[in-house]
Design a protein around this ligand. Structure first.
Ligand SMILES: [Zn+2]
Length: 72
């Protein structure tokens, strides 16, 4: 499933969710403060370049922008 990036307007925190594409417009609960006052950002799934593999997405073992291949 694709990774979506959300922004919490209560605690000013960006977080990512892996969720079904059918639920992308559902409210996303902030993982830090639990608020539903969040909005979806443009997915890096579409905008990420291959040179940007040190950003916050993915983990150190997959470094490709998602963890679908490493099980995280
Ligand atoms: Zn929050």
């Amino acid at each position: 499933m694709p990774i979506y990036e959300y922004y919490c307007q209560d605690c000013n925190t960006k977080f990512e969710l892996i969720r079904d594409i059918a639920k992308v417009n559902d409210p996303a609960k902030c993982q830090k403060c639990g608020s539903n006052n969040t909005k979806r950002l443009i997915s890096k799934f579409y905008s990420q370049g291959s040179s940007e593999n040190s950003s916050s997405s993915g983990c150190s073992s997959c470094s490709g922008g998602n963890c679908s291949s490493c099980g995280h």
